[in-house]
Design a protein around this ligand. Structure first.
Ligand SMILES: [Zn+2]
Length: 419
């Protein structure tokens, strides 16, 4: 069976995985990338150690390191050797201080631009609150272009070169044509978003790509979880909509037409509330932001006012829950039960090591987590939920932008000489 080239590209690009040579067309290019990825994954090390890690001859490693130094991607520095005698060894460190990757998340409530350096440090970050779901697509593109221009100007001033920009959008994406096929939460269909943004930027820009927000959030969570060696995980993003990025055996699952992970529209609600997708009873009508606010507060309550910053509204919910406010606590319990119902279903089907809850769950999910875990354990068929750990994201609302920046930077890890 022929592999979907789009799937191969996104999963390889997003999740290049541990370093191992495989591009036989250019051994040198591959070897540069392997050395760089070893430094990313394993931290600073000596040239001798790199030779041992890669199986490459020492003179080859020396020449590869020299090329990476010339590219500004690594630097050599003395090793810290406490109490050791003799000449300190030299370690090769990841550098890349002059380059960054840019992620731009367009959500229903904001446009968030984030630039990360090669080692993952934040170089630029700015979030503009806006009622995106109520704006026209043109107005959203204008706002996005303004945000990106501000970022590019700041990077230029600081002498940092962006190697790529990835947009994250809550919808189904055709990455090849740069089109948002369908984004129900924003009311978009067939929007040629990359062309629209490129026209507005009116300046040379680095390569632009677009991806689904939940999938890019999963990329960020996966990169973040690498210390723990997690290869099978489901990352659920709770915003107005609910989506998932599914990583199985270290690869991002896209499905045959890219719709894999549209978990927010699983029909789970017997009350069959209408959903933005035009159907009724979707999971996101039970556990999305609108659901928690609707259950926790009456009409006209400030926590239901979209004009108030989302973080503030969530902080107010937390204050109420912690002071024992009955309606708030009942709302949290209800959403916890409904959340667990969907998680258990996904765990039965995919048997992940971890389910990571992001978006608004990373703000108030701790108030629901014990109950979610209990219900998941009770409902999943496999003993002890198949070892599935339900955890809260520590990345929160920045995960999608962060995943976009990682994806942009991955071009460097794929082919260091090209950027
Ligand atoms: Zn739906």
């Amino acid at each position: 069976m022929k592999a979907d080239p789009r799937a191969a590209r996104l999963s390889d690009a997003a999740l290049a995985g541990p370093a191992r040579p495989r591009d036989r067309r250019s051994i040198r290019r591959t070897n540069l990338a392997v050395v760089l990825r070893i430094l990313r994954d394993g931290g600073p090390r000596s040239r001798a150690q790199i030779a041992a890690d890669t199986g490459l001859p020492k003179p080859t490693v020396t020449s590869l390191v020299a090329e990476l130094v010339a590219l500004g991607l690594v630097r050599e520095g003395p090793a810290q050797r406490e109490g050791a005698v003799g000449r300190p060894g030299t370690l090769v460190h990841l550098d890349g201080r002059d380059i960054c990757g840019v992620g731009v998340e367009i959500s229903t409530s904001s446009v968030h631009v984030l630039a990360l350096g090669l080692g993952g440090a934040t170089v630029f970050g700015h979030r503009t609150a806006a009622a995106v779901a109520d704006m026209t697509a043109d107005a959203v593109l204008d706002l996005t272009a303004r945000s990106v221009r501000t970022c590019l100007t700041a990077l230029e001033r600081d002498g940092v070169r962006p190697v790529g920009i990835t947009l994250a959008v809550p919808g189904v994406i055709d990455a090849d044509t740069g089109t948002v096929e369908y984004a129900p939460a924003l009311g978009w269909r067939g929007l040629r978003i990359l062309a629209g943004l490129r026209d507005r930027l009116e300046r040379p820009v680095p390569p632009l790509t677009v991806g689904n927000d939940a999938k890019l959030g999963a990329v960020a969570e996966y990169v973040h979880a690498q210390g723990a060696g997690v290869q099978d995980m489901i990352c659920i993003t709770g915003e107005r909509g609910v989506g998932a990025g599914i990583i199985t055996d270290g690869r991002l699952l896209l499905g045959s037409t890219g719709f894999a992970g549209e978990v927010g529209h699983m029909p789970l609600d017997p009350e069959r509330r209408p959903c933005v997708c035009g159907r009724t009873g979707c999971w996101e009508t039970m556990v999305g932001l609108d659901a928690i606010f609707r259950l926790a507060a009456a009409d006209g309550d400030p926590v239901r006012d979209p004009g108030v910053e989302l973080e503030e509204r969530l902080a107010e919910l937390r204050r109420r829950a912690e002071s024992g406010h009955a309606r708030t606590r009942q709302a949290l319990d209800r959403v916890a039960d409904d959340l667990a119902l969907g998680i258990a279903l996904l765990a039965d089907v995919l048997n992940p090591q971890a389910v990571v809850l992001g978006g608004y769950f990373s703000h108030i999910g701790d108030l629901m987590l014990d109950r979610v875990r209990e219900v998941v354990r009770a409902r999943v068929m496999a003993p002890d939920a198949g070892g599935c750990e339900v955890a809260l994201s520590t990345l929160g609302f920045r995960a999608a932008a962060q995943g976009g920046a990682h994806l942009a930077l991955d071009a460097v890890y794929q082919d260091p000489g090209a950027v």
